[in-house]
Design a protein around this ligand. Sequence first.
Ligand code: 5GP
Ligand code: MN
Ligand code: MN
Length: 329
Amino acid sequence: PNHNRVEEAAQFMHAHDRFLVLSHVNPDGDATGSALGVVMILEQLGKEYVVVNEGETPVKFNFLPRFDQLRNLSKQPLDETFEAVIAVDCADESRMGDVRSLFGSGVALLNIDHHPTNDGFGTINLIRTDAAATAEILYDVALAAGVTFNEELALCIYTGLLTDTGGFRYSNTSPYVMEIASQLLRYGVKPGEVAERCLEEITFAHVKILRLALQSLELSHQNLVASITVRQEDFVQSGAEREDAGGLVNYCRNIEGVEVGVSFVESEAGAVKVSMRARDRVDVSAIAKKLGGGGHAKAAGCTIRGSLQQAKETVRLVLEEALGVNSNE
Ligand code: 5GP
Ligand code: MN
Ligand code: MN
């Protein structure tokens, strides 16, 4: 059945002339690589497209082809309603942010994703939860669409694979991921250069906000939970932007004996971005879903309206339940 869905997705790209291509708010390497990968396929098919995100795409991805085509909707509003949409790495319509306003409910919508929490909002839903990255699924779609793999398309797909597997380290790193990655290197992708940009290189502002955030690191739930908190004033003091605050949650989860790492980032007044990373005992996508978010078993997130204190209390209670332990010990 999945094979047919891949064919349907490829057909969709052939069948329409002009597309809106979107991913999710605060895009990561898979969202950006997959969106620009779709763009590279559409270009080969001679199609028109607009590739949009609600906000800015992190500049660290500016080595990707057509990065300059990524439109920041908040700065460049669009007066167009689309009839064909391709959504990648986007689990539900709320993850599109304001980009959702660019099409109506009767739209032809191809939904390519790997999140178990995807709610099937498309007219064609190519959802493979066993895929490590949306880019992995896109590799199959590109083959089915009959396009020629070149270095640029390969780079987009490789970036999605690399980032969503944490540099081919997470448990989602399957034999197929490695096979595809091997193929992509044959098309000219330079793995050292991509890893340098996506995984190694950090901004000075990141280190400065890390220094502040580490002071807030605390253990709870009988040392099974480690959490880190970033306040708005930490952004002001460090000069960091929101994208500089990524990855802090990994310091929590990586601590020996910890089952769940959590970061609480006060992204704006009255809104707290919660990121969760799990080892083995807890499925954090279920917890995130309860709180209005989503993600994967070992990496999930949500945004909680309210103060930092309120968000921490909410998460403390759901983790107590999930781990079956008292949080104060
Ligand atoms: P992060 O914690 O790095 O922002 O996200 C980890 C994973 O959870 C990613 O797969 C991401 O797509 C998902 N995720 C994070 N925040 C949200 C959210 O608010 N809603 C949903 N549906 N998924 C989220
Ligand atoms: Mn993503
Ligand atoms: Mn992904």
